[in-house]
Write a protein that binds this ligand. Structure first.
Ligand code: FAD
Length: 290
């Protein structure tokens, strides 16, 4: 099913995310996690893409398996930096052959010490959206957005103008970067709508269930960490079981607040952890009817 169809009404949707193995030998354990997450029957599962190769070859295979073997709608991510135009075009064709209906079109992070933009490559996600539209017009295309602004953006206004361009090129919905303070999301959504970006926006929630995840996630995303969240990590961080429970509870609380404020589409960065995915889903069973 196309993600754009899933997002058509105000019915609550809960989607989840998995990442492919970094090596072929790790495929078995990733497969097991994907099977267990699929068994929760989220509205769709997205599969990340390793920019510049690495895990990229497994993305299409996993997205295909999720749809065909486990009967859950899937979405493959695709990045365009660090790849030639030909590689990107081949990847789009591979997706088409695999029957993948949804793609999250991303620029990808620019490797450090790389000159940017590189000649002969796509520069921005909006260029990739345009390319996918021309090769595979039947595909539903999504894109990323950043409630706290993309780290490279001059300012939030400029960043939103670039999001608008991505939508004008054919991006049908947006998924946000993680955030830990819902008021930042509400404010951002208001600014998107004010700028005329009217496509559905899926709120991306990252359950932080391990102490070392905190530093890494924040370093990568540049997100603000509310004092309430810091206290949780300070108090429970050294006890893995307590930290996991507290992290699941914090993410659940964020999702309940979102739904109570009319935000009905939520994407959980489940990071190949079926226990975390199941924990959050269980906490929301009455609310999402699953
Ligand atoms: P863009 O939309 O191209 O924006 C990148 C920057 O360029 C922004 O600062 C923007 O303001 C600016 N910009 C855009 N257009 C223009 C223009 N025309 N002129 C000047 N500036 C412009 N990475 C992976 O490698 N694999 C994944 O699977 C993956 N999945 C992700 C999923 C989500 C939901 C999110 C939020 C991020 C994901 N990322 C992934 C990370 C993403 O690749 C990086 O954040 C990357 O730095 C930006 O990608 P983008 O598609 O948002 O880029």
């Amino acid at each position: 099913m196309k993600v754009s169809d899933l997002l058509k009404d105000d019915k609550v949707t809960l989607s989840m995310e998995v990442f492919p193995p970094k090596t072929t030998t790790a495929f078995e354990s990733v497969n097991k996690a994907v099977k267990e997450i699929s068994a929760l029957k989220p509205d769709f599962i997205s599969v990340t893409y390793g920019a510049g190769g690495g895990t990229s070859e497994h993305t299409v295979k996993l997205a295909k398996d999720i749809k065909k073997e486990y009967g859950v709608s899937s979405m493959a991510h695709l990045t365009c930096v660090s790849s030639t135009r030909e590689t990107v075009q081949n990847q789009i064709k591979l997706m088409q052959e695999a029957g993948i209906e949804n793609v999250l079109a991303l620029r990808g992070d620019i490797p450090s010490e790389t000159e940017f933009p590189l000649p002969g490559q796509f520069h921005y996600a909006s260029d990739l959206v345009k390319e996918i539209k021309s090769i595979a017009p039947e595909m539903c295309i999504g894109g990323a957005c950043y409630p706290e602004g993309h780290p490279e953006a001059l300012n939030k206004t400029d960043d939103i103008l670039h999001i608008k361009k991505k939508v004008e090129e054919g991006c049908e919905f947006l998924t946000t970067q993680m955030f830990f303070d819902n008021s930042i999301f509400y404010n951002y959504l208001y600014r998107l709508r004010e700028a005329g970006v009217m496509v559905p926006v899926i709120a991306g929630i990252m359950p932080i269930t391990r102490k070392k995840q905190v530093e890494r996630s924040i370093q990568l995303s540049g997100c603000c960490v509310p004092a309430r969240f810091k206290s949780i990590v300070d108090w429970f961080g050294d006890n893995p079981a307590k930290m996991k429970q507290a992290g699941i509870a914090y993410a659940t609380d964020q999702i309940i607040d979102l739904i109570a404020n009319g935000i009905t589409h939520v994407h959980i960065y489940t990071m190949n952890d079926p226990e975390v995915a199941a924990g959050i889903q269980r906490n929301l069973s009455e609310i999402i009817g699953k």
